[in-house]
Design a protein around this ligand. Structure first.
Ligand code: UD1
Ligand code: UDP
Length: 370
């Protein structure tokens, strides 16, 4: 029997959600295969560590608990990434995996990519090829480096494939759809019976907005954050804001300045988030994942950034880029009716067929002799 050893590195909230779909697909593969078995070890860098940013996802999504938690915690980019790199190198030397599996564009992704490449461990990068073309974003730097170091590049969209091609990366690039769609399909059914967040918060379906804010470009720029808050205060609806700890820290005392229509909660569990998204009338966000979840939930999205990697949604007219400009956000709110009409006629398969995790496992198994 052939064994393929995978070292999965995660550290941030969206990576736990993506890794859950993969772990399920690995289990399924092993159940159906006698000749080849995939053995996955999960390492948590400790980048996210609050229970509601980490443990809650492992528990609710039944992700195998990480064998190792590096407990790196928060810090400046260099220090945080450096600590991860040092510890991941030790783990990788010890584990000798056939693949290092990395997700997205966080500092955990970057550290894992550097550690693996120096040890000549092939890297499989899920969510390869995304670009905002804004090098001031830490994520853009992380993903460019990770892509250029990866052995197989697992792209969610045709645009991602094209972006890689423009940088000269054309070998072992696969368009396999978005693993987050697998996750939404699987978990939405569970959320319907398993979450009572709408009742708990006293919300009425279709009569509130949902917002998330956590990007450095918004939280670290007081004027941008203020502009967003000003826009929120002029919206004639309840805005539910599950607050990322980064934003909570930045807002600090100014939390009190948030208008009465903003309902702040702690970060919520994934099933609760899916229900909040599905029942919202509008979603305002600077998150990558939440932009796509708005589309899958058929809810108009307003993106609180100056650009997006998920350009297909803008091209389809279902996501409006408003940046952090009060007037632009309010103008986008005025137009959500047209967006809702477009959502009714838009193909819901912009990001694959919901079997991306299985395709990733196949690529790991059948590329391992490359
Ligand atoms: C990180 C990723 C970002 C991703 C996001 C998902 C990088 C550079 N950024 O951003 O791409 O979209 O995760 O949510 O990797 N904090 C806590 N408790 C926690 C985690 C964070 O209090 O459990 C606070 C700390 O003050 C920390 C700050 O949040 O300094 C930022 O956390 P960090 O992981 O550095 O970046 P994120 O903004 O979460
Ligand atoms: N999410 C969650 N609870 C929250 C906020 C977000 O479960 O309180 C989920 C959300 O549904 C999506 C993912 O976290 O699947 C997005 O993570 P985040 O916005 O932190 O990061 P990004 O996608 O921007 O990298």
């Amino acid at each position: 029997m052939r064994k393929i050893k995978i070292l999965t590195v995660v550290g941030a909230r969206p990576q736990f959600i993506k890794a859950a779909a993969l772990s399920r697909a690995i289990k399924k593969f092993n159940n159906n295969s006698d000749s080849i078995k995939v053995e996955e070890s999960i390492v948590h860098t400790g980048q996210h560590y609050d229970d509601n940013m980490s443990k809650i996802f492992f528990d609710q999504l039944k992700i195998p608990h990480p064998e190792i938690n590096l407990e790196v915690g928060s810090g400046l980019h260099g220090k945080q990434t450096g600590m991860m790199l040092e510890k991941l190198e030790e783990v990788a030397i010890d584990k000798k995996p056939d693949w290092m599996l990395i997700y997205g564009d966080t500092n955990s992704t970057l550290a894992a990519a550097i550690a693996a490449s120096k040890l000549h461990i092939p890297i499989a990068h899920v969510e390869a090829g995304l670009r905002s073309f804004n090098r001031k974003m830490p994520e853009e730097v992380n993903r460019v480096v990770a892509d250029h170091l990866s052995r197989i590049l697992l792209c969610p969209t045709d645009t991602a494939v094209k972006n890689l091609s423009n940088e000269g990366i054309t070998d072992r690039v696969y368009q396999i759809g978005d693993v987050m769609y697998d996750s939404v399909l699987f978990n939405f059914k569970l959320a319907v019976g398993g979450s009572n967040i709408i009742e708990q918060l006293g919300l009425v379906s279709g009569q509130y907005y949902l917002a998330t804010i956590h990007r450095a470009e918004n939280t670290d720029e007081p004027q941008r954050l203020q502009n967003i808050i000003n826009a929120f205060s002029q919206i004639d609806a309840t805005i539910v804001l599950p607050l990322h700890p980064r934003t909570k820290n930045t807002l600090g005392v100014s939390l009190k300045k948030l208008a009465g229509n903003v309902l702040i909660t702690a970060p919520v569990a994934y099933l609760d988030m899916l229900m909040l998204e599905k029942n919202a009338s509008v979603i305002l966000t600077d998150s990558g994942g939440v932009q796509k979840e708005a589309y899958w939930a058929s809810v108009p999205c307003i993106t609180l950034r100056d650009e997006t990697e998920w350009i297909e949604l803008v091209d389809a007219g279902v996501n409006q880029i408003a940046g952090a400009d009060t007037a632009a956000i309010l103008d986008a709110v005025e137009k959500v009716g047209q967006v809702a009409d477009r959502l009714k006629s838009t193909n819901t398969r912009l990001y694959g067929d919901g079997n991306t995790a299985e395709k990733i496992v196949e690529k790991l198994v059948f590329s391992s002799s490359l």
